[in-house]
Design a protein around this ligand. Structure first.
Ligand SMILES: NC(=O)c1ccc[n+]([C@@H]2O[C@H](COP(=O)([O-])OP(=O)(O)OC[C@H]3O[C@@H](n4cnc5c(N)ncnc54)[C@H](O)[C@@H]3O)[C@@H](O)[C@H]2O)c1
Length: 320
């Protein structure tokens, strides 16, 4: 039996491919390399370079590799880009994902782990955010994640397929083998470290939020802890447990200014900032209620100090 990892050449997918292989799982990757990198994968990992909406290739992979489980990371991830080009996001994240999931269900692949997002919640009406908080996304990106959760719920009712939708808060940090390489980069920690390395100013979007220092608060989770939850989600599904959705965050937040100050102390470099107006659709605070992941999956994050998360990414920046 093999685990099909879509988007395995991306940031989080490549970390999880490593973790699966360490655990002795057979892995096959489907990635069109539109945003990923072949060198994020070891040379002996089978890679099919195709979009997830290519049903014939998905079917071939399932048959050739006896796939029993799929982790679906592949997708477009930038909120701002989704606002500018919503059609692209609906086509890639929804249209193609539906084809993938239908092909899995038709081939009797029963276990699906889906990369969802805290973006499904929109502006929180209660903090920390529990999984039963209403889903009311404020961007096309968030809409695509919510819709795919609904598709999985419907497919689960109609077929033996069951799914865990993992609602990531902010994935960050690096392992000793893999790092974040988005292009363009929109995530705060790599941008802060780039500003430290280059001496260029970094933009803070919104300094008048109703938070203690006026900047937005997010829940940062180390990518290896995030990855570990996927392995636990597979165990959960292989035990025959039902479709569910689980937050992945550490349960406490850091503001943009706190992240920058921590990046300064990790790097020993002062970071110049440029204060900008708020961006549309950016909530003031997103912090997970993290107890469901502990109770349902038995998951406990290990790297919870922001300085340790940032240091793991900075070590990579320092490599020759
Ligand atoms: N990074 C975060 O903080 C975060 C937070 C919440 C949710 N997520 C979700 O986690 C998943 C992985 O995020 P990431 O940061 O690793 O992104 P990434 O851009 O590094 O990786 C995505 C990978 O998917 C591939 N891909 C994209 N669309 C594809 C398609 N239609 N067919 C085949 N391959 C395709 C890309 O080439 C890339 O290798 C995404 O679904 C994202 O929405 C990420």
């Amino acid at each position: 039996m093999s685990v099909l990892v879509t988007g395995g050449a991306g940031f989080i997918g490549s970390v999880v491919v490593d973790q699966l292989r360490v655990r002795g799982e057979r892995v096959v990757v489907l990635d069109d390399l539109s945003r990923g990198h072949r060198d994020q994968l070891d040379a002996d990992v089978p890679l099919y370079q195709a979009p997830v909406g290519d049903a014939a290739t998905v079917r071939r992979i399932i048959d050739e590799h006896s796939v029993d489980t799929c982790i679906h990371f592949a997708g477009l991830i930038a909120v701002g880009e989704s606002v500018k080009n919503p059609g692209l996001y609906w086509r890639r994240n929804v249209g193609e994902s539906i084809i993938l999931f239908e092909t899995l269900a038709d081939a009797d692949v029963e276990n699906v782990v889906f990369s969802s997002s805290a973006a499904v919640y929109g502006d929180p009406i209660e903090l920390p955010i529990r999984e039963d908080h209403p889903r009311k996304p404020t961007s096309p990106y968030g809409n695509t994640k919510m819709v795919m959760e609904l598709v999985l719920e419907d497919l689960s009712a109609a077929s033996p397929l069951r799914a865990v939708s993992l609602r990531y808060f902010n994935a960050a940090g690096a392992t000793d083998r893999r790092r974040e390489r988005h292009d363009p980069e929109t995530h705060l920690i790599p941008l802060a470290l780039r500003a430290a390395a280059n001496g260029t100013p970094m933009k803070i979007f919104g300094t008048d939020y109703p938070t203690p220092d006026g900047t937005a608060i997010r829940d940062y989770i180390h990518v290896s802890d995030l990855g570990a939850a996927h392995l636990l989600a597979i165990e959960y599904l292989r035990c025959g447990e039902p479709t569910t959705a689980v937050n992945l965050g550490v349960g406490h937040g850091a503001s943009v200014r706190e992240v920058i100050a921590t990046a300064e102390s990790v790097t020993g470099i002062q970071i110049n900032v440029e204060e900008m107006p708020r961006r549309a659709g950016d909530p003031a605070e997103l912090v997970a209620a993290a107890d469901t992941a502990r109770m349902v999956l038995g998951w406990t994050p290990e790297i919870t100090a922001l300085a340790d998360i940032i240091a793991s990414a900075w070590h990579w920046e320092q490599r020759p």
